[in-house]
Design a protein around this ligand. Sequence first.
Ligand SMILES: O=C(O)CCC(=O)C(=O)O
Ligand SMILES: [Fe+2]
Length: 283
Amino acid sequence: MTQRVSPELRDWAVAQLAAGQPAAVLLRAMLDSGWSRDVALSVLGAEVEEVAGRGAWPGLGPDRVRAPGLPPGALERGRVTVAGHDVDILVHCDCPQLVVLGGFLTPAECTGLIEEARARLKPSETVVGDTGGSEVNVARTSEGMFFGRGESELCQRIEARIAALLSWPVSHGEGLQVLRYGPGAQYRPHHDYFDPDLPGSSRILQRGGQRVATLVMYLNTPEEGGATTFPEAGLTVHAVAGHAVFFSYDRPDPATRTLHGGAPVIAGEKWVATKWLREGTFA
Ligand SMILES: O=C(O)CCC(=O)C(=O)O
Ligand SMILES: [Fe+2]
């Protein structure tokens, strides 16, 4: 059956978006009320266009139609300076939207994060789609912890560098997550965005809306194994201390080709810090 979009529905969407409600939350609300995904996306997409004056993925609200990304010209130059810190661009790719950065963290910052995180590690959990809670899962055999945003001077410095590099406010990021993988540990391929069709996602999306990008920072160089793999893109990023891989997804859709995983560590251990960026304020 064809669903007809009334002017009232369009007015509602415009008002909600203009008030700063993340479009992912509105999308969930529309799906819950029985609208088809295509219709919901067409309404939100059209309204974002109307409010912002340009086309955009409907997951990004009116004041943030841009996606996080490097400053104009940086990819061509192969180098970018953020707050006095030089970062090399080693690889970039269009689909997935991905950049591999060299020298994003200094050796002292890598060891500092490891030491601040070490005593707080717990078996890593994954999101449970039905409830929005989390649980230990065989797909993810690392140990991990979350810092609160701005928790230490080091976290603040790294968060400020990320915000400056990607032109994305510190307020729109989750606290840094640190993961440690021992020999044999891995993180099977997954997407970092929350599946809008799972019932548990609406609770998660209330807090800051959808994830729109990921920065995985390597805190050490594993003896063997532990690369980050993008199986659909046929791409493997080796873990090298201080390097980072940034990828963004302008909609929560496998078509972004951002399926990725942490390959098993064969020898030694692997430490990473992950920063997830949200479309809205993560409070
Ligand atoms: O360990 C890796 O290489 C990937 C980590 C990851 O996918 C994540 O933290 O979401
Ligand atoms: Fe991930």
